[in-house]
Design a binder for this molecule. Sequence first.
Ligand code: ADP
Ligand code: ZN
Ligand code: ZN
Length: 803
Amino acid sequence: MKIASVIVDVPAKQTDKTFDYLIPEQWSDIIQPGTRVVIPFGPRNIQGFVTEIKSESDFNNLKAIIEPMDLEPVLNHELLNLGDWLTEHTLCFKISAYQVMLPAALKAKYEKKIKISSGAAVNDLAPILHPFFQKGRTLSWDEALQFGIVPALKKETENGLLEVHYEVKERIKKKKLKFVRPLLSAAELTAEIAKMTGRQVKQKEVLTYFVLYHEPVELKKLLSDLSISASTVKSLVEKKILIEEDMEVYRDPYLNRTFERTKPLPLSEAQKAAISPILHSIEKGEHEVFLLYGVTGSGKTEIYLQSIQNVIEKGQEAIVLVPEISLTPQMVNRFKGRFGDLVAVLHSGLSAGEKYDEWRKIHRGEVKVVVGARSAIFAPFENLGIIIIDEEHETSYKQEEMPRYHARDVAIERARNYNCSVVLGSATPSLESFARAQKKVYHLLTLPTRMNNQALPSVEIIDMREELREGNRSMFSRKLFEKLKERIERQEQSVLFLNKRGHSSFVMCRDCGYVMNCPNCDISLTYHRAGGQMKCHYCGYESLVPKRCPECSSEYIRYFGTGTQKVEDELGKILPEARVIRMDVDTTGRKGSHERLLKEFQEGKADILLGTQMIAKGLDFPNITLVGVLSADTMLHLPDFRSSEKTFQLLTQVSGRAGRHELPGEVIIQTYSPEHYSVELAGTQDYDLFYNREMMVRKTHRYPPFYYLSLITVSHEELLKAVKETEKIVAFIRSQLSNETVILGPSASPIPRINNRYRYQCLIKYKREPNLIRTLKTILDQYQKDTKSGLQVSIDVNPFILM
Ligand code: ADP
Ligand code: ZN
Ligand code: ZN
């Protein structure tokens, strides 16, 4: 008998290894590496992934696999190996690595079921239980609770008359619909029609239909197309002329839309120069990472499309990642428009069932291209020819829970396995990527101008301190107010952007714009309402909010934070005639609402679109001529060393929303820090200068891309315990790592308490540290084994958010 190595679905240290099981003879053809199986594990039946088939085991008395869950493996060889890589690089459990590669629908759920023990009979049970176990029936745990019979069940379980089983339930059923198809050939059908009497009009009609369209048709459609009743079809089925069948159908969210097919455009000289190295690497089957750096509208997407075309012609497949928020219908249309049914789309707006269907199209090789958000990087293709990551600087490519992977790293690893290339595209590349391009680790490709040679919009920076000085206490500067009014009169549209992210607030002087920074870290202090304190979450520095500004002695020093709701209210007061659409997490929570609101705006049903960063992306409407940024500062002062970079990226991105078409665009950026280089340089849209400035800051403070980071977060219900353990960890790390490495902490996490657990952290900055992964693993092993202490330790290698 063959033996399977299985990774079981219990995410814990003790079970983070393979277990051996016998493969029953009847399943030996089906169970392969990558198949999910149901296995007995302790007292329960649970799910597992087969990773290897072998003929011998070091263990005796192996249990047998109960049954396979798949008819074909859900993970191919390459993805199984990628699981090893993920485990090693993100320090996650193997089971978490496999689970993250699959659509949610394939994640098993266990149902607790109560059954009569073999040998026991219904009449042996307490009478109250008789009705529930008649004729071999089983009882689900939910039913048991509902009928209030748990105590009786418990007693009979102790008596050995009942047993509890755990059954693995698949969450999603494949969608099936009733179809009808002819059993006879067209000629035979014609003969049948001839035999029918004049009264059988409806039946004749149905047969004629099938003579013409000799293929299965959905029953419902047939009934409505021919306006006939189900009984007509039924009698033809009884005569064995037609047959009714359940057929599996895909829930295609784009099924009822038509996509205007597009053809490759003749490329501009700049595009030709940029695409040529990509095409060369496709032709040669070489692995290379390209950084395609070009402003919005410079023709990057056309380059993606034509590269993919070459890949498809070679018989290979493509993955295109775009950030969730820019996975708009407009974006999807461009890929569907070029490649039609060869495209699958994966994003969080789809239901679990829809996602599963899209995934299966990829799995079965029915599509060649997948366009999706972060997790689409795990698309189960087997012959990848290119991976494209648009807006590569976006933070949403990093998953913030286990496994804490960055899609860019996974992309490069997969591309290496397939000897294919990765194209990273951005108008404002991440510092990491641009630095790698400068060092020739990545191949830099540049598109310097917009396709239509349209000038970038003019950007004006408004100093809000000046406004206050002149008596304007509103959140709208006089200039922005005037421009908004002007747009309404001209019947043009405006976008108002509230640069707000996270929950932190910072403390700032409204007179001079002075922001309270940490003296050690060059990062703004976070305001804590309780106690009116400000804290640094990198080093632990604390201080009280001063009564007066240390810079100019003004009393107007306070913490900051404004919501979209508040802006909408104020707009109602100062511009009552304006029709406003608000887009934020509150108004776009429901499925499809994002799309609907955008559509309304596009149709001109509003003058102003007001929103958070979610509106910064993908908007490309001809009538937008004004973009206003209400508060450029909010992000600038988050306790994050990337805050300048993110501010620059966002301001550049929103500015790009104006004047994409014939009408020229204007941008107004309101700020209390007009002299800050990320605001100033976003105003002139000068990425190169920004890059140079920011690199100097990163170098001085030893941040990426000069140093790598790892973040250890420790949490416990008792504050003291959390601090003490973090101290121990810091000491241990110090003893293991080199002197060049900077180890900061213990300090409170930016969110110091979650769910009544206190959180402390240690931040490691290093350049080369061969011992790091081993050291971190030792720490994890230690704490994951010791589950009784109540301590939780999590480690994020290359964290994006230092919370
Ligand atoms: P990006 O992805 O850099 O924002 P796009 O690829 O969307 O740029 O191009 C911007 C606009 O220019 C789009 O409307 C696109 O259809 C058009 N465009 C791109 N390449 C060409 C080309 N070679 N010829 C004509 N129009 C083009
Ligand atoms: Zn500090
Ligand atoms: Zn001041």
